[in-house]
Design a protein around this ligand. Structure first.
Ligand code: MTE
Ligand code: HPA
Ligand code: MOS
Length: 767
């Protein structure tokens, strides 16, 4: 079935925040961001801005009616600066005016003096100075200390990945409308309606039932609206609450890029040990996460980096240490993969370092160490592994040997162009790593005409979750999908929602919807059984017709629903789902945190122009573990989008903050994202269908985040191509692999001094 939004999307009729009709008397807000990353505010002069025609009020921290606090995990983030600024882009004031243009213009007239304080942008420096968001976390399995002795080969190095701008097409924003008795309704472009509700309540100083958050859909979130939609919602709600007028703020692109946090940059040190059969015996890694100026979701992101630090491999002795480091960048946040990609990059770098030094293909080491069913992850959960199945299927259907020969032949016959090849296995755990978040609710109404309305906590952000939930209901009731409508996500209808995140939205909310629909169906069948004087167990609905023991009864869905209504049977149900099985013991760092894992393997081929350093991705060929995909079109779309977003992170998207903490890549002219020309010429997706029991919705496994990590293969394919041109190249493990870095590596000449100078990261190989 097609995504239910495809028609309105293509006609331009879908409703986003900025499409909500504006009520009479609506005012417009604009935040004034700090131009300095760290310092003390010595003067805040609003006079000139306040004098502008149309400016109604300028809010500062002293106008906050509740608490000046929006931190989710840790209360360490003021909504508006209170004396101090901690990052460039931190909101200091919020102008409210009669038009958005006046509000924006007025922010330019605000005069702020700030005494600057030292700025930290590097996570390692922050860690050295004791600037940690939370105490370090350590995952351990086996005993690395004694395992090194058994290793034939040991390699050490470091690996860095940069941040990434979410670049959702719809920028952040909110529209708050005051209601009677001091209540507020907030339309928000958020993945987390309840997080917005909580933040607004805290800032206003009102209980949660006073605030209703409503979301129709997002023009993309990608994690950027899991926590960071709170600011704009709280600012608009505060202004609406105080002024008793509707207040809207829709950020422009530059504001959005400057004020919001992004994917966390990581800097890591690794040590990997292999035996003579190239089995990885030991792996130690220390990760420094650049959290930015406040916690935001950093501790949770850090946790997932730990979980995915060994990717798809079984390594009997592991020690993973992770630091969440406070710097003066905007607080970094969730981004598709949620720390997983950062952890996986390091183990792939460690394997590449070993392979390059030993003169074997990385694929040999990768394949040799894939996790098998029954093997344990460093956090104690045992794998039910499809890692080998995906690897074997993708290498067989595409004939990896033939691909290797083709690229070798190409490279032998070309001096200017070189092709590189990388395999990228992925293993991603499904469930929020924080066990209590794995719950969801659904409210289903069957109306007396037989049409159906569904509310859940799921937020549609382009990933197709509404389509999947609609399919669930159509499947249970066996009715025409046109009879079913997905309602907006609304905290008045569905309470205490978890964010739409962790790829688990369809699993959690879909299961709740499945339960609610199944319960109503049970009641309807009881009505039919009574009316038809049959046993309820033999009643079936197929395509809106009623059958008893397989025989048509002449009853339609509509007749059944109306009969049930007249008999005063409830046609509504609210269901609650909580993922069974999962648990995690934080004191031991062991447990069973994930409902299941998603596996896959990609073969990535890149072609480098060795004169210019520019490149293209020739192909990404994937075998992906979908379980039993309930919507192959939606799932393939997620894979294609994820791959391109992952390639962008690994190759061209270069986030630049200068030493004073100012974002230099602050617009689409200075921050390059993939366009149609940078999409791989071929993305080939094969399904690994498995009919194994799992906790996915209708056994259709979560697909939102895992494919992004196939993009990591692009970095290693580029690295391989460069080394085909210049086998002596010393290439730091530093992503993104921009054309500039490729060019530098292509013409890097290795002699001892320059090698050390060019790549302080690559340590000596001993063993
Ligand atoms: N796809 C689209 N089109 N837009 C998005 O914002 N977000 C991604 C992924 N795919 C996103 C997307 C992220 S970060 C997550 S966690 C999942 O979708 C969330 O949706 P799901 O749980 O329904 O997979
Ligand atoms: N994934 C995504 N978002 C989250 C998670 C997670 O594991 N935990 C808290 N928010
Ligand atoms: Mo996705 S990063 O869990 O919103």
């Amino acid at each position: 079935m097609k995504n239910i939004d495809s028609a309105t999307h293509t006609r331009g009729e879908s409703i986003y925040l900025d499409d909500i009709p504006i009520l009479n008397g609506t005012l417009f807000g604009c935040a004034y961001p700090s131009a300095v990353a760290h310092g003390v505010i010595t003067k805040l002069d609003l006079a000139a801005a306040l004098q502008m025609d149309g400016v109604i009020k300028i809010f500062t921290c002293s106008d906050i009616t509740g608490e000046n606090q929006i931190g989710g995990i840790i209360p360490d983030e003021p909504l508006l600066a209170d004396g101090h600024v901690h990052f460039c882009g931190m909101p200091v004031a919020f102008v409210v005016a009669t038009t958005p243009e006046i509000a924006r213009a007025a922010t330019k007239k605000i005069l702020v003096s700030i005494d600057p304080l030292p700025v930290i942008t590097d996570p390692r420096e922050a860690q050295r100075k004791g600037e940690l968001i939370v105490p370090p976390r350590v995952f351990k399995m086996g005993d690395t200390d004694s395992a090194w002795a058994a290793c034939e080969y040991i390699f050490e190095g470091s690996a860095d990945t940069n941040g990434q701008e979410h670049l959702y097409i719809e920028t952040q924003g909110a529209y708050a409308v005051p209601q009677e008795n001091n209540a507020v309704r907030v339309y928000s472009s958020t993945q987390a309606p309840t997080a917005v509700q909580r933040a607004v309540c805290k800032v206003l100083g009102v209980p949660m039932h006073q605030v209703e958050v409503d979301v129709t859909r997002l023009g993309g979130g990608f994690g950027g609206k899991e926590d960071q939609a709170n600011t704009w919602a709280a600012l608009c709600a505060l202004a609406a609450f105080v002024l008793k007028k509707p207040v809207k703020y829709s950020l422009d692109r530059i504001e959005d890029m400057a004020m919001t946090g992004k994917r966390h940059p990581y800097s890591s040190d690794f040590k990997i040990g292999l035996d003579k059969n190239l089995k990885i015996q030991a792996y130690e890694v220390t990760m420094y996460q650049n959290a930015g100026a406040a916690a935001d979701l950093s501790p949770a992101v850090l946790e997932r980096s730990l979980f995915h630090s060994t990717n798809s491999y079984f390594i009997p002795n592991t020690k993973v240490t992770a630091y969440s480091c406070r710097t003066h960048l905007p607080p970094n946040t969730a981004f598709r993969g949620f720390g997983g990609p950062q952890g996986m990059f390091v183990i792939e770098a460690a394997i590449a370092a070993a392979a390059e030094s030993l003169g074997v293909a990385a694929a040999v080491i990768q394949k040799n160490n894939l996790i098998q069913t029954g093997d344990e992850f460093p956090y104690g959960q045992k794998a039910v592994s499809e890692a080998v199945a995906c690897w074997e299927k993708v290498t067989q259907i595409h004939n990896l040997d033939a691909i290797k020969k083709e690229t070798d032949d190409f490279n032998a016959g070309n001096t200017i162009y070189k092709k590189g090849l990388a395999l990228m296995p992925v293993c991603f755990g499904i469930s929020f790593t924080k066990t209590p978040m794995n719950q969801a609710r659904a409210l289903v109404h069957v109306y007396s005409d037989g049409s159906i309305s569904i509310s859940t906590g799921a937020v549609e952000m382009g990933q197709g979750v509404n389509t999947k939930i609609l399919q669930v209901a159509a499947h249970v009731f066996s009715v025409d999908p046109a009879k079913i409508r997905l309602q907006t996500t609304n905290t008045g209808r569905i309470a205490n929602t978890s964010p739409s995140a962790a790829s688990a939205t369809a699993d959690l909310n879909g299961k709740a919807a499945l339960m609610a629909c199944t319960e109503i169906l049970k009641r309807l069948k009881a009505v039919a059984a009574e009316e038809l004087k049959q046993d309820a167990g033999i009643i079936e609905i197929k395509n809106e017709e009623l059958f008893a023991a397989g025989k048509a009864t002449g009853w339609t869905w509509q007749k059944l629903v109306m009969t049930a209504f007249l008999k005063r049977v409830s046609l509504s149900e609210h269901a609650h789902y909580a993922t069974p099985v999962i648990h995690f013991d934080l004191t031991k760092e062991k447990g069973h945190p994930f409902a299941y894992h998603v596996y896959g393997t990609a073969i990535v081929i890149a072609k480098v122009d060795c004169l210019r350093g520019i490149y293209e991705m020739e192909s990404v060929k994937v075998v992906h573990d979908f379980g039993a995909s309930m919507n192959t079109a939606v799932d393939k779309g997620q894979i294609e989008g994820g791959i391109v977003q992952g390639i962008g992170w690994m190759t061209m998207e270069e986030l630049v903050y200068d030493a004073s903490g100012v974002l230099r890549s602050n617009a689409l002219s200075t921050y390059k994202v993939p366009d149609i020309y940078s999409v791989p010429k071929e993305i080939d997706i094969h399904f690994l269908d498995t009919d194994k029991d799992n906790l996915a919705i209708l056994r259709s496994k979560a697909v939102g985040e895992p494919p992004l990590m196939y993009g990591i293969g692009a970095y290693f394919a580029l690295r391989d191509a460069v080394r085909k041109f210049n086998p002596a190249a010393v290439i730091p493990f530093s992503a993104p692999m921009t054309p500039e870095k490729v060019l530098t590596a292509l013409y890097h000449t290795k002699n001892k001094e320059t090698a050390a100078a060019a790549s302080p990261n690559e340590k000596s190989v001993y063993g």
